[in-house]
Design a protein around this ligand. Structure first.
Ligand SMILES: Nc1ncnc2c1ncn2[C@@H]1O[C@H](COP(=O)(O)OP(=O)(O)OP(=O)(O)O)[C@@H](O)[C@H]1O
Ligand SMILES: [Mg+2]
Length: 348
């Protein structure tokens, strides 16, 4: 896999080509100070007008403290944890909010290549669904996949001697869509030929895949030949699709043809060694999980301790825990408020 192949698989490269066949998305350039913030191991929470977090404030001038005259107050200068300025990105924040609103208020965030799939557990709803920049930052700052995009996107490329291409980092916001994991497939293309299809969520057994094997193979094959084949910049690549309940196929993502992309139910050896993946004469090899017996643990389980908690446990940064707990609390309060509002609005 060459560096150029990785460059070609950036979202902003493939999206314009396949716009009609994928989920509506917006791309915002990521300012350098935001990149620095994402890579900074220090503070987790971002203050800003997009979230109803109150400003980090450790002086005791709020009304509760005034009422509670019995409690000895710690003068700000002697506070064990003096206030730490959370970064603010007013211009970027308003652009992101505007984009989120125009996509219906809920988005799936990613960078040039990766989504923070390894960090979904940290979110309040254990999902990548984001409604604000704070939601996105919490996921991004907890994700090794995002750090990989930012720091070593060409790590597994074979042409290490050539200079790294310049990357313009981008925040990708995709309209949130409830995708059923059993409808997702990964497709491997070599020399512009579809050689293999794998169930994407291979840790689960889905009876409908077994029952509809031929229809699925046909639908994906047609989608490939009608819309994908010869339309991409590379002749070797991996594309992900979603087959919805009406049988319509959508493009979800494009990935480099190589080790950096998970080969799921195939091995890269099989996929690269002369097309020896037990292809049928008339089409690609298709692998899916065929019984409960072969169900495996979820591949993201091992990512459950993010960098931030490792830092915490080694005592490197006590602020991080404080920031994190504050953010969680404010998210919790916000969602409780929303629930109350919804209940009030519900017809009797
Ligand atoms: N717009 C969306 N709304 C909701 N969920 C989505 C959306 N787009 C993708 N997903 C879900 O998130 C998963 C990961 O998305 P995507 O393939 O874009 O991330 P990725 O980081 O490129 O993953 P990989 O490393 O496997 O290539 C998808 O398999 C799908 O289940
Ligand atoms: Mg991908």
């Amino acid at each position: 896999m060459k560096k150029e192949q990785v460059v070609n698989c950036q979202f902003s490269v493939w999206y314009p080509i396949f716009k009609k066949h994928t989920i509506k998305s917006l791309i915002l350039p990521l300012p350098q100070n935001v990149i620095d913030y994402l890579l900074d191991d220090g503070t987790l929470v971002v203050s800003g007008s997009d979230h109803n977090t109150q400003q980090t404030n450790t002086n005791n001038s709020d009304s509760e403290a005034e009422e509670d005259v019995q409690t000895p107050s710690i003068p700000p200068t002697q506070s064990v944890f003096p206030p730490r300025q959370a970064p603010e990105f007013p211009e970027f924040t308003s652009k992101v909010l505007e984009a989120i609103n125009s996509l219906g208020g809920r988005v799936f965030p990613k960078l040039n290549w990766s989504a923070p799939r390894d960090a979904n557990w940290i979110a309040l709803n254990s999902s990548l669904e984001s409604r604000s920049l704070s939601d996105i930052f919490l996921l991004f700052k907890s994700s090794d996949f995002i750090t990989h995009d930012l720091t070593q996107p060409f790590l597994q490329c074979s042409d290490q001697d050539s200079p790294d291409p310049v990357i313009n980092y981008e925040l990708v916001l995709r309209k949130w869509s409830e995708l059923i994991p059993g409808g997702e497939f990964r497709c491997f293309v070599k020399e512009n030929k579809l050689i293999a299809i794998s169930q994407r969520d291979y840790t689960q057994y889905y009876q409908h895949i077994l029952k509809q094997e031929e229809q699925i193979r046909q639908a994906i094959g047609d989608f490939f030949s009608q819309h994908v084949q010869y339309n991409f910049l590379d002749e070797d690549f991996v594309f992900d699709v979603y087959r919805d309940s009406l049988g319509r196929v959508w493009l979800i993502d494009l990935n480099p043809f190589g080790e950096v992309t998970d080969s799921l139910l195939f091995t890269w050896d099989e996929l690269t060694s002369g097309g020896d993946v037990a292809q049928r004469q008339d089409g690609p090899a298709f692998r899916y999980t065929t019984s409960e017996v072969t169900v495996q643990p979820s591949p993201c389980l091992s990512y459950r301790i993010p960098r931030d908690f490792v830092d915490l446990s080694t005592g490197e940064d006590a602020y991080k825990l404080i920031d994190f707990l504050k953010l969680k609390k404010s998210q919790q309060e916000e969602s409780e408020e929303e629930e109350e509002e919804e209940e009030e609005e519900a017809p009797q």
